[in-house]
Write a protein that binds this ligand. Structure first.
Ligand code: ADP
Length: 438
């Protein structure tokens, strides 16, 4: 730039001195200077015009040739143009590679802008989601993927867990949707075809359900015979002890089979009955009665129940979940311990908490407690008659009611298991209508 301005000044000086010199020769220095400056200015205007013309109409061609400072400017522009071209080429190559790789992706990828419109998608999205570039580009994603469950998921804004749904173009394809936030309120939607995984999962579920079902009949027969043998007068004492142990173990197997069957039914998404308002007080009182027997009446039970609500749900499933929590409290609390069952609500929903001052659980185990057959202490769990499936059942039942389980525990001090139900799962009890007297 400094070179250019030096050139401008030197060409101007040369013009002034040259014009003055010539003017003196003819004895008209003033006219000579004026004429020289006029010619210099016309020359500058011409070059400027060429530059303007190139910028506006011919920027894709080489810049024009120029002399003096204009030569430097045109050369600079030519260099800049080459650099820009190179960068453009590089960026185009990156974009092409990105497009090629995203087109090769088996997953559908959709970019959604902050107005919730679809800005771009790859080829798999055409196939799996039925999107068409010609008609759908720039349209709101919820106009194209209209399943209410997707709309709820999309609007929720919390995408920690994926959503599984049938493809909008083919019911036989199961898609798993993941959404990620990026940039300024933009979203990236990835839909993966998990049909094969689902089929495998289905096979596993069917196997567990069928095996459990098949085990039921032989177990019933064995238990029947054991009872008969135990009642026989000729059964001696050592025989009786062995038979009693066999009876205990077959009882355990029966509960295990029962829990496995319930769990596979829950996993398969089959509800055991219709959803209706459940009388929660009666249910809790009923479970507490059974729990007192289970604990040989050696525990103190407190119940603090909000009176205003019935819970909307599936009675048998909820009974199973709550009884698992309350029986666990009995099984993992030493005799003389206290178990408190609270039911309350706030603006965010309703809660059922089962608190005990029993053995408690070390924090390392808390995250894994609801896994099937996960036990903190194998020996103690078996001796308490647990199947290792109780909390897995609780988790599944709650998930199917849109609820979740929160676990707090201090080793050696006790635990608190809280079921958190969303606000739409409980109904206010209808107040009797006041009689209108004319
Ligand atoms: P289990 O049939 O073995 O009780 P669960 O799934 O019901 O299986 O519970 C998993 C594990 O969580 C149990 O083995 C036990 O170690 C622990 N646990 C459950 N409830 C309590 C509780 N109230 N206090 C202490 N530990 C508990």
């Amino acid at each position: 730039m400094q070179n250019t301005s030096q050139k401008v000044y030197s060409s101007l000086l040369w013009t002034i001195f040259g014009a003055l010199g010539l003017g003196w020769l003819f004895d008209i220095p003033g006219w000579g200077l004026a004429l020289g400056l006029l010619v210099w200015s016309i020359r500058q205007l011409q070059q400027m015009h060429r530059l303007q013309h190139w910028v506006l109409h011919e920027s894709d061609r080489e810049p024009p040739e120029g002399d003096g400072q204009w030569g430097l400017i045109f050369d600079g522009l030519a260099r800049l143009r080459k650099k820009t071209r190179r960068r453009e080429k590089d960026s185009r190559a990156v974009i092409t590679r990105f497009q090629q790789s995203s087109a090769a992706l088996q997953d559908a990828v959709v970019i959604i802008d902050k107005q919730q419109n679809m800005e771009w998608w790859n080829r798999s999205a055409d196939r799996l989601l039925g999107l068409k570039k010609s008609s759908d580009l720039g349209k709101p994603v919820i106009n194209m993927l209209r399943d209410p469950r997707f709309i709820r998921y999309f609007r929720k804004g919390n995408y920690e867990d994926p959503l599984q749904l049938a493809s909008p173009v083919d019911n036989d394809i199961t898609l798993q949707y993941h959404i990620t936030h990026f940039g300024q309120a933009d979203r990236l939607l990835v839909a993966r075809d998990v049909t094969r995984l689902m089929r495998l999962e289905q096979t596993r579920q069917d196997f567990v359900a069928n095996a459990s079902h098949e085990l039921r009949t032989p177990l019933t027969v064995i238990r029947g015979y054991l009872e008969t043998f135990l009642d026989l007068p000729e059964t001696n004492k050592p025989m009786k002890r062995a038979l009693e142990q066999m009876q205990q173990q077959s009882q355990r197997m029966e509960s295990l089979v029962g829990d496995l069957l319930l769990l596979s039914r829950l996993e398969a998404g089959q509800h055991t009955a219709e959803e209706r308002p459940v009388k929660l007080h009666a249910m809790v009182e009923n479970i507490v009665e059974a729990a007192e027997v289970l604990g040989n009446h050696q525990h103190t039970f407190n119940t603090e129940l909000d009176s205003a609500n019935d819970l909307l749900g599936h009675e048998r499933e909820l009974h199973s979940a709550f009884s698992n929590l309350i029986y666990n409290a009995v099984r993992y609390t030493q005799p003389g311990g206290t178990i408190t069952i609270r039911w309350w609500r706030d603006e965010e929903g309703a809660y059922l908490a089962v608190q005990d001052n029993g053995i408690g659980i070390e924090s390392v185990h808390l995250d894994r407690l609801t896994e099937r057959f996960y036990r903190v202490d194998e020996g103690r769990s078996s001796s308490t008659g647990g199947t290792g499936l109780g909390l897995a059942i609780v988790k599944h039942v709650l998930a199917r009611h849109g609820a979740h389980l929160e676990i707090e525990s201090r080793y050696g001090h006790g635990s608190c298991f809280t079921c958190h139900f969303p606000a739409d799962m409980f109904q206010p009890i209808r107040q009797p209508q006041a009689e209108v007297i004319d």
